[in-house]
Design a protein. Structure first.
Length: 138
């Protein structure tokens, strides 16, 4: 990917401590307004297993993100949808704890499949806006 002004891109295994430390260091102590996770496991061809492995990558990325994201910040991540859970309901229900619905339609968890995504791809980008930790008050 070509460099973007003001954007730090990190390539690595998000489940490794070394990569997590690189992500944390990249913020230089500041809160991030946007975190994007394009993580994907090495696929096995077993869709349920691949979905589970990808969810674990998302969990690892989100575990770091909750410490780095500014209140009201944005987290966008790729997920795999499976035939057994085509709307990723389990993942969505878990994320709603951190991204509650709002009356102004600016909150909640949305699942979108970009037009540029391959037809048979289970990968989906999931904007989750805005972050609200359970103990965080507005």
């Amino acid at each position: 990917m070509a460099p973007l002004l003001g954007v730090t891109s990190i390539l690595g295994d998000i489940t490794s401590v070394a990569t997590a430390n690189r992500v944390i260091a990249a913020t230089e102590g500041h809160k991030a307004e946007l975190v994007i996770c394009d993580g994907a496991p090495d696929v096995t061809g077993l869709h349920q297993l691949d979905g589970y492995l990808q969810a674990q990558l998302l969990l690892a990325a989100f575990s770091i993100t909750v410490h780095l994201l500014a209140p009201g910040g944005f987290f966008v991540a790729k997920i795999f949808r499976t035939a057994e859970d085509p709307r990723a309901e389990l993942l969505v229900s878990q994320m709603r704890c951190f991204f509650p619905e709002r009356e102004d339609d600016q909150g909640g968890v949305w699942i979108r499949k970009p037009r540029s995504s391959r037809e048979g791809s289970g990968g989906t980008l999931t904007p989750r806006l805005p972050l609200k930790l359970p103990l965080q008050r507005r």
